[in-house]
Design a protein around this ligand. Structure first.
Ligand code: SF4
Ligand code: SF4
Length: 425
C-alpha cells in the first residue's frame, strides 16, 4: 500500500534549519519571574545535552547524508544506536524549538530509526524481542492472543457490537487490567451501548512505529480499521494515550486509512458527558496532581506549516493551530467533588515525560526508571500531593515503578479509576 512516510533527505530541509541555539534543553516559563527547568529525559540522564537532544539528532542526520560517518564501523554503529534509540521521543524538545525544524522533530527522529534499521543498526536487542512478539501475537508482552480479554470474564452482558467499541490496548489488556475493568465499569454505569473487539483487537502498532518500523504496523492498522469499519461502530473510546494518538492521527496520516468511527480518549468522552450534566460524581477527598502523557498532549498538537510559502517562506512554521489534550482531562479531574488539584511545575507543553516511551522501557530501562523517579520527586515537591493522576496505562506503570524504586508514598492512579470510584451507580 502506498504510504506517506518521508525519508531522511526530505526531513533534511527542516533539520538543516537547526541553529544549534540550545533552546530545546529547557522548559521555559516566561513568568513573572521567568524560570526554566530541564525538559529532555535523554539529555538529563546522559548529562551531555549537546550530544543528545534534538539538535544532536540534526547533527547525526547531517553526518549520515553527507557521508561524514562510516556506518560500517562497529563503534560508530554502537554510538548511533545509543544516541538515536535512547530518546523517549517525548517531544519535549519539539515544544521548545522555535524554528522550522519544530513541527517535524518527532517524526524525523523516528525516520532516523527507520533509516538505521534499514542499514542493520537497530532495532536494539530488547526492541527486536518485543517486535517479534507484536508481529506473532499482536501484543508486545508475549502473551497469547486468546488471553487478551481474560479481564472481561467478570463483566456481565458483554457484547462485541454496539454503538461504541472500547479499544483497550495491550497494556490495559495484559498488565493493567484494573484500568480496563474501570473503563468497562464506567461505560456500563453511564448506560453506554458498548462492546469490545474481543480476540480481534490487535496492538494499535505504536510500539513498532515508535521504533522506526513501517510495514509491520501497517498490517496491524489495516486489520483494526477493517474490523471496526465492518462492524459499524460509531465511536471508539480508548483509555490509552498511545492508542489514542495512533488511532486518531497516525492510521490516516501514514497510510490514508480512515476509520468511520469517531476516536475519543476516555477523558474526552467523560468531558462530553459532564457538559451534558450526565456525570454525577461522589466525593473523593484527596490532593492530586496531573501528569500529561506525551502522546495525548504535545504529540497531539497540530502544527500549521506554510509548505507553499503563501504566508511566509516555504516550509515555515506558523503556529500550533490545535493544541493536544491538556485541559480536557484536567476538567474531568477537577469535576470530582473533594479533589484538591495542584499543578506540578512542568505541565502541559512543558511537561516532563514519564520515561517509558519510544521503546526506552525495554531498551534502556535505567533511563526509563531515572526519568520516572525525577517525575515522582517533582510531584512529591508539590505540597500536600498524595496522588499522581494520569490517563495512560503505560505512564501509570512507569511512574509507579519510579515511586516504588524511591520508596515513595506517592500513589499513581489512572484518571478512569478515579472516575469509576467517584461515579454514582
Ligand atoms: S532543535 Fe531547535 S531549539 Fe534545539 S538547537 Fe536546534 S533550533 Fe535550537
Ligand atoms: S524527544 Fe524527548 S528525549 Fe528525545 S531528544 Fe527530544 S526532549 Fe530529548
Amino acid at each position: 500500500m502506498p504510504n506517506n512516510f518521508k525519508d531522511l533527505k526530505w526531513y533534511s530541509q527542516f533539520f538543516r534549519k537547526c541553529s544549534k541555539c540550545g533552546t530545546c534543553k529547557s522548559a521555559y516559563s516566561y513568568g513573572p519571574p521567568p524560570t526554566n527547568a530541564t525538559i529532555c529525559p535523554q539529555g538529563e540522564y546522559f548529562k551531555l545535552d549537546s550530544y543528545y537532544g534534538s539538535r544532536s539528532k540534526a547533527f547525526h542526520g547531517h553526518a549520515i547524508l553527507e557521508n561524514k560517518v562510516d556506518l560500517t564501523d562497529p563503534s560508530i554503529q554502537e554510538d548511533m544506536q545509543k544516541v538515536i534509540f535512547s530518546c523517549t521521543v517525548c517531544g519535549g524538545c519539539q515544544t521548545q524549538c522555535l524554528l522550522d525544524y519544530k513541527p517535524w522533530i518527532c517524526d524525523y527522529i523516528e525516520e532516523m530509526r527507520h533509516h538505521l534499521v534499514n542499514r542493520g543498526i537497530g532495532p536494539t536487542k530488547a526492541e527486536k524481542m518485543y517486535q517479534e512478539k507484536v508481529i506473532k501475537d499482536h501484543n508486545p508482552y508475549g502473551e497469547t492472543h486468546s488471553s487478551r480479554f481474560n479481564w472481561l470474564k467478570d463483566v456481565k452482558d458483554l457484547k462485541t457490537d454496539g454503538n461504541m467499541v472500547y479499544f483497550a490496548g495491550c497494556t490495559a489488556s495484559y498488565r493493567r487490567t484494573e484500568i480496563a475493568k474501570s473503563t468497562a465499569s464506567v461505560l456500563s454505569k453511564l448506560g453506554e451501548d458498548w462492546g469490545v473487539m474481543g480476540e480481534n483487537e490487535y496492538c494499535c502498532g505504536s510500539p513498532l512505529l515508535r521504533a522506526g518500523l513501517r510495514e509491520e504496523p501497517e498490517k496491524l492498522a489495516q486489520h483494526n480499521v477493517d474490523y471496526i469499519n465492518d462492524h459499524g461502530f460509531k465511536t471508539i473510546v480508548t483509555a490509552c494515550a498511545g492508542c489514542y494518538k495512533v488511532l486518531s492521527k497516525e492510521y490516516e496520516k501514514w497510510w490514508g486509512l480512515k476509520l468511520k468511527a469517531k476516536v475519543m480518549h476516555t477523558s474526552e468522552y467523560l468531558e462530553e458527558k459532564m457538559k451534558k450534566g450526565e456525570l454525577k460524581l461522589n466525593n473523593i477527598s484527596a490532593t492530586v496532581t496531573y501528569h500529561d502523557p506525551c502522546h495525548m498532549g504535545r504529540h497531539m498538537n497540530h502544527y500549521e506549516v506554510d509548505m507553499e510559502g503563501k504566508k511566509q517562506w516555504k516550509g515555515s512554521f506558523i503556529q500550533i493551530d490545535k493544541p493536544g489534550l491538556y485541559e480536557t482531562p484536567r476538567n474531568v479531574l477537577k469535576a470530582i467533588p473533594g479533589i484538591k488539584f495542584k499543578e506540578m511545575y512542568r505541565n502541559r507543553d512543558n511537561s516532563f515525560c514519564c520515561g517509558a516511551g519510544g521503546g526506552i522501557k525495554s531498551s534502556f530501562p535505567d533511563v526509563a526508571l531515572e526519568t520516572a523517579k525525577t517525575r515522582v520527586r517533582e510531584a512529591e515537591g508539590v505540597e500536600g500531593v498524595q496522588k499522581i493522576v494520569t490517563p495512560c496505562p503505560f505512564c501509570v506503570t512507569n511512574l509507579g515503578d519510579g515511586a516504588k524504586a524511591l520508596g515513595s508514598k506517592m500513589e499513581v492512579v489512572d484518571l478512569i479509576q478515579l472516575v469509576d470510584q467517584a461515579l454514582k451507580k
